[in-house]
Write a protein that binds this ligand. Structure first.
Ligand SMILES: [Mg+2]
Length: 262
């Protein structure tokens, strides 16, 4: 049974906790949607409804972003998100028959600025981090470009809660790779079964943690739907059939506390 991946002991053996950032501690997809809306409001192109423009961006995103790790864009993307973000805007405009690199740059810059302005922690995040910080070493393991992830940490003012911060863009590799989880466990001098991962992505956070022998708690919110989702009734990510179960599935960060006896 695949379920045997999960450590045998309960959560009372946990001695260190790592969190994912986007859509675990902060509402990244909500900020992304707001950033896109504002960028298209500010810079058009005129003659199109905003939802239609976002739909074209989403289609361009689906054609580009999921494959980025396999392209020559990846190395640059790890350090600096601007070129690939602008490329996605260029592809969006191209779908509308517009070829205008300056327009793509303006949209890209507005999207980044407005997304950052809209980025917020979930309401219970600081309360939960504050309580846990007194009892466990805490860490962050987040995928994404170094510049964007560092900016988010700065915007959200959360750096002081974490003993260790691992960013895909800085490591050159990301979740769910085993090496990422092994490095994080070694940094807190814990055996795998003594570490807990809390994250919203089954494919990145939960699968990776369980395969590394960690405990894993999956946070699933109804709002966890990317702007690139195909169709209005898109649902949050589901667990692939037959994939191992996390220790628990929760809907808010506060629900972590009783699971850890707090
Ligand atoms: Mg996430």
């Amino acid at each position: 049974m695949v379920d045997s991946l999960r450590p045998k002991g309960g959560l009372n053996e946990v001695r260190a906790i790592y969190f994912d950032l986007d859509d675990t501690l902060c509402g990244y997809w909500d900020a992304s949607k707001e950033g896109l809306r504002k960028a298209f409001e500010q810079h058009g192109p005129e003659g199109h409804a905003i939802p239609d423009l976002i739909m074209h961006w989403a289609a361009a995103f689906r054609g580009f972003a999921p494959h980025i790790k396999k392209t020559t864009w990846y190395e640059g993307y790890l350090k600096n998100a601007e070129p690939s973000r602008t490329e996605q805007m260029r592809l969006t405009l191209e779908r509308l028959g517009i070829s205008d690199p300056d327009h793509a740059s303006k949209l890209s810059h507005a999207y980044m600025t407005e997304r950052d302005r809209a980025l917020k922690l979930f309401p219970d995040a600081l309360h939960v981090l504050g309580l846990l910080k007194d009892r466990y070493p805490l860490g962050l393991i987040t995928n994404g470009p170094a510049d964007v992830q560092r900016q988010e940490i700065e915007t959200l003012q959360v750096e002081s809660y974490f003993n260790n911060i691992y960013i895909e863009g800085e490591m050159g590799e990301g979740k769910p790779l085993l090496s990422v989880f092994n490095r994080a466990a070694a940094a807190v001098e814990c055996q795998p079964h003594e570490v807990l991962m809390v994250g919203n992505s089954y494919g990145h956070d939960i699968k990776g943690a369980l395969e590394a022998g960690w405990h894993a708690i999956w946070i699933r919110r109804d709002s966890d739907v990317p702007p690139s989702a195909d169709g209005k009734d898109s649902k949050p990510e589901s667990k692939p059939e037959g994939a191992p179960e996390p220790d628990a599935t929760i809907e808010t960060l506060s629900q972590l506390l009783p699971l850890l006896g707090l």
